[in-house]
Design a protein around this ligand. Structure first.
Ligand code: 13P
Length: 248
């Protein structure tokens, strides 16, 4: 039985004051009972150190939203895996569609980042998903296959990896994939991973859904057999809605 994992991608939101407010409210909400899902928050880089102190002695785990694949050096504006580890990060989101589209990240670049994250002791939350145009051209499964095969090239185990299926047309649009639409892709992903890594690893890997997950649609999505959690954008910025998704 896979435990559900709900992660909040804060994107470019929340200064230090807002970080303190949001994490304090989350901690208060999580105190009363054992949460139904494991919880990860991914604040912007500037909030990680503050977040690290605030999540101590709580069941909230910390992740970042991006990193560079090099160890260190002349890469102005970039952040390394070791830097993320030193601010208490256990996870890092890689291959988010906003990185792919706005910042032109390729499958090959994402593959380098995943390898560096793993060798540095970080667990990647590896995002994949098709655009509306790709879905309407009926190439969703081809796109997913390419993203997974190239993104995971040379990676021998899924043990420390979370996959997040985020159809690009559902991100920030209020337009969620229906539970059946999402489940169809999740089950396709698990079958593909079974072929690549065998039954045992594919059955254990967490596959999150992301794209307009809200308090009122979380339970129908998370109750699907191959949906093991959610990667939440907008609705993770308010403690109430994020807590409702965690306890779907
Ligand atoms: P929304 O929940 O705002 O659609 O964002 C999803 C997302 O991109 C999470 O990474």
């Amino acid at each position: 039985m896979r435990r559900k994992v709900v992660a909040g991608n804060w994107k470019m939101n929340n200064d230090i004051n807002a970080t303190v407010d949001l994490i304090s409210a989350l901690k208060a909400g999580l105190k009363s009972s054992e949460p139904k899902s494991d919880v990860i928050i991914c604040p912007p880089f500037t909030s990680l150190e503050t977040a690290k102190e605030l999540v101590k002695n709580s069941n909230i785990k910390l992740g970042a939203q991006n990193m560079h694949f090099e160890e260190n050096g002349a890469f102005t504006g970039e952040i390394s895996a070791a830097m993320l580890r030193s601010t208490g990060c256990e996870y890092v989101i890689l291959g988010h569609s906003e990185r792919r589209t706005i910042f032109q990240e390729s499958d090959e670049l994402i593959n380098k980042k995943i390898k560096k994250a793993l060798s540095s002791g970080l667990k990647p939350i590896f995002c994949i998903g098709e655009t509306l145009e790709e879905r309407e051209s009926s190439i969703t499964f081809d796109v997913i296959t390419r993203q997974i095969q190239k993104g995971l090239e040379g990676i021998s185990s899924l043990e420390s990896i979370i996959i997040a299926y985020e159809p690009v047309w559902a991100i920030g649009t209020g337009k969620t994939a229906s539970p059946a639409q999402a489940e169809e892709v999740h089950s396709f992903i698990r079958n593909l991973l079974t072929k690549m890594y065998g039954e045992k690893e594919a059955q254990s890997v967490i596959i999150q859904y992301g794209g307009s997950v809200k308090a009122d649609n979380a339970s129908e999505l998370l109750n699907m057999p191959n949906i093991d959690g959610a990667l939440v954008g907008g609705a993770c910025l308010k403690a109430d809605s994020f807590l409702a998704i965690i306890n779907y």
